[in-house]
Every structure is written in C-alpha cells, then in structure tokens.
Ligand binder design. Structure first.
Ligand code: DMJ
Length: 476
C-alpha cells in the first residue's frame, strides 16, 4: 500500500466510520478486504446515469404523462390534484436530462409538456410545491433548451399562483390557489412556504422583464422579517391575514422552515440582493447563538421558543441535511463541514437515512426514507466549494446504499422502515428524485461541460437556475 493510499483509507475511515466504509464497498482497515478506493469518476458517472435511466424507463413504461411512478405496483399517482396530471416527473426531469446529455429523452419530455400541459384545473394547487417544482422546472427546461414556449409556460404557471400573493393583506402567500376559480385558501403557511420563491420569481422577472414576481417575493420575505422576535428568531407558522404567529417554535433549519433560510442566501448569490444578505446574516447569527449545539460530539440544531429561546426539543429532520452547504457558502465553512459530518455519522448507522432522528440517542423517530436528496445535496455543494474528496466518498457510499436498498425492478422506491431487515419498502418514486438525487451524483462525478461549476446555482428543488452550458443552453 502506498503512503497516499494509507492516508486516504485512514481519512475515509474517520469520515465514514467502519460501517459506512463497508456499506460503500470500500476497504475497511484491519479486514481481509482488498483496498479498492473509489472507482474512477467516469465509471461512477456512467453508473449514475444508468441508474437514472433505470428509474426514468420505469416511469416511461408505467406512468408516462402522469405525475409520479408507483414502481412496485407498476402504477402511477397525481401529485397536486387527484385525477389531474401536470406531467410533474417530466417537468422535474428536464434539466437533469440535459446535463446528462440525454437529448432524445429531453426532446420527448419537452414535446409532452408543450402538447399536454393544461393549467385550467378546478382544484387547489399547493403554492410552494408549484413554484419550486413546476415554475422552476419549466424555467430550467427553458434555460436548457432555449425553447421559448417553456418560458411562456413557466410565466403562465407563475401567473396561476400569483393570487396567493396578491390577495393576501400582508403579502405573505396563502397556501393554495384553485387554478380554475383563482380562489385562495390556507391562511397559516409555515415560513418555508412564504420565503421559498425568490429564486424562481427572480429568474422569471429577469427573463421576462416583468419585475412583479421579484417584488412579490421580496414583500413576502419582508413581512416575515418584520415579525422576528427580539432574539432575531422566527416561529414556524403565521396567519397571513392577521400577521400573527400561530406556532412559536423556531425549528430552523428543519422543515417547514428550511428553504426560507436557503433562499435568503440564494437571493444574494443569484441577484446580489443586499437585503437578502443582511437577513441571512441576521438569522444565521441568531441560529448560531440559540440553536446550534454540540451533542454527543456532533453538531445539531435544537428547537426553541422563538421569543424566549427556551428549549423545546432535540429532533433533526433529514430535510435539514443539506444545510451545511449553505453555512459554508455563507462563510462558516467549519460549521458547515461539521454539520455535514454529523449526518455522515448517522449515515454510517442507517445506510439510507430515516426521515427524522432524536439526536440525543440517534434513534429514528420517523422511520421511513422518502428517497430524499438533502444529504447528497449537501455533499454536492460542499464538494464544489471545497473540492475535498471526502464529499465524493460519502456521496458515493450513499449512492451505493440507495442502489442496494431502494432499487426495485421498475426503478427506485421509498422505504417505510429503514430500521428493520429486510427494509420495509413503500411504493413511490417521488418526482423530486428526477430533479435532485441523480443530478447531484452526476454533477459530482461527470465533470460535464454542460454545467459551469464556477457560477452554477441550483434551486431548493435541484433546478439549475444559473450555469447551464452547451449547445442549446441559455444564460440566465
Ligand atoms: C424537495 O421538494 C425540496 O428540496 C424541498 O425544498 C424540500 N425537500 C424536498 C425533497 O425532499
């Protein structure tokens, strides 16, 4: 063994833990297994693309034109409104197909969207999900292909949801809009649903020349910022009509607060918005003061009352696992790395992460795995920022684990219980997995010329809103 390989194995052992190394198919020091290290990047990238196609082909065969694949029962389901598809998986996949160079599949997807997307549906559409998945997906599809019809559809999709902002007395959006009647409903959204729109709306404003989208996003953000406590903390849910808090728990960066903070950084990174940067700094300082703690040698965020700072609980959602990358981009690389490492440690215990843990015991308090992308999202952005192979190793390990535990004949599926063996499988391929998991792995290992690793920026739903390159890509 060379000195370099020895150090690499020692390093990986510390990073992943022995169980994590073994689960990744990497050599465990002190065992008889040969030291293999990571396969060459090109081989991993090819494997990632093949696995993406495995899921995509399952969707094409059993659910084409519907929102989501049920891979175990070979069926499908709609996501927003029962009985009404918007082809969500296709829209979510567009820019992933592009960066993977799957141009024939992309052409099929664009063709489906242009021929079939019908927005006049008598049903309540979830504002937050619509913006990050559909408005963002169509925008990213436009940026990938230069097809102006996708930009027009993205604008129409945004216009459908605008009554949620326009009809709110505070500017904080309602949760639902009926696309046929325009009626709004759902007056008590969580802060993530209020704040996660400035990236999609900002790019749309820039591309259409219509500043009203960006203005609506800023007004909603400002309304929340104005209601922070004297500790500079936020509760979880607000009544958009009265402006009063309805849940006083600060659970940042866990859901349903997570992407409120993510988009503050994004507002600065994509648009140079000084307010967003100031607000990001304000809330991050308060989170560090009142929420961050070291427990059992790992870094976590506890939940507190936003007015008093009193401890309420010590849970951590997998959906927060991306947050290390935001902390690092925001200037605190050490804290960002430390938070990611905490999740890497948990990934050594549960090869695919449960939805939620009690971080005092690391027990799974919500035992399912929804094919979530956040842990790999964190690895991707930290790898781009730091170019540290640790993030390649940990994301590769997770890829192998998902392949082992979530893969089924018609694609990949959610797990209902990750704590038992064999794991209890569910029956769903969430559309966000076409937008996120495989894209992050692909971008880490492919070094594709279709993505600019210097300037690229992805939304909370993994949509590439800046940095697509290549034959048809448009600069945003
Ligand atoms: C995605 O839809 C987005 O990342 C959202 O912000 C929360 N997480 C889900 C996938 O887990």
């Amino acid at each position: 063994m060379t000195v370099q390989n020895f150090h690499r194995r020692q390093f990986l052992r510390g990073a992943l833990g022995t169980a994590g190394l073994a689960a990744a198919g990497l050599a465990v020091p002190g065992t008889a297994r040969a030291a293999t290290g990571l396969p060459p990047d090109a081989r991993v990238a090819a494997e990632v693309r093949a696995e993406f196609l495995h899921a995509w082909n399952g969707y094409k065969k059993y659910a084409w034109g519907h929102d989501q694949l049920l891979p175990v029962s070979a069926g499908y389901q709609e996501f927003f409104v029962d009985g009404h598809s918007v082809g969500l998986s296709i829209i979510e996949a567009l820019d992933t197909l592009y960066v993977m160079g799957l141009d024939d599949e992309l052409a099929l997807g664009v063709d489906w969207v242009k021929k079939n997307l019908d927005l006049d549906i008598d049903g309540n559409f979830h504002v937050f999900e619509w913006i990050i998945r559909v408005v963002g997906g169509l925008l990213a599809g436009y940026l990938a292909t230069g097809d102006k019809e996708l930009l027009t559809l993205s604008k129409q999709a945004a216009d459908k949801i605008m009554p949620a902002f326009a009809q709110s007395p505070t500017g904080m959006p309602y949760q639902y809009v009926n696309f046929h009647t325009g009626a709004e409903s759902g007056a008590t959204p969580p802060v993530a649903e209020i704040g996660t729109n400035i990236l999609e709306f900002g790019v749309l404003s820039r591309l259409t020349g219509d500043g009203s989208y960006y203005a609506a996003a800023k007004k909603a953000y400002q309304a929340v910022v104005d209601r922070r406590s004297s500790l500079d903390l936020l509760g979880t849910t607000l009544n958009v009509e009265t402006g009063k808090w309805t849940d006083p728990t600060d659970q940042a960066p866990n859901p349903p607060a997570d992407s409120f903070y993510e988009y503050l950084w994004g507002g600065w990174a994509l648009f140079g918005d000084d307010d967003c940067l100031a607000w990001y700094r304000l809330f991050t300082a308060a989170m560090k003061k009142y929420l961050v703690e070291t427990y059992g040698g790992h870094t976590w965020f506890k939940q507190v009352n936003f007015q008093t700072g009193a401890l309420l609980s010590r849970d951590q959602s997998e959906l927060a696992a991306f947050y290390g990358e935001i902390l690092a981009k925001g200037g605190d690389v050490a804290l960002g790395q430390s938070y990611y490492r905490s999740w890497a440690y948990v990934a050594g215990k549960y090869p695919v992460l449960p939805e939620e843990i009690d971080y005092t015991t690391l027990a799974a308090t919500s035992k399912g795995n929804q094919l979530r992308p956040e842990y790999v999202n964190g690895a991707f952005d930290l790898w781009v920022l730091l170019r540290d192979d640790y993030y390649k190793a940990t994301s590769y390990a997770y890829f192998q684990n998902m392949k082992r535990y979530n893969r089924v004949a018609n694609g990949y599926t959610i797990v209902n219980d990750v704590t038992i063996r064999p794991m209890a499988l569910g029956d769903l391929f969430p559309a966000y997995s076409f937008a996120e998991n495989f894209k992050y792995w692909w971008l880490i290992f492919s070094n594709t010329s279709r993505y600019d690793y210097q300037t690229g920026y992805l939304s909370t739903e993994g949509k590439v809103l800046r940095g697509l390159r290549g034959p048809t890509a448009v600069t945003s």
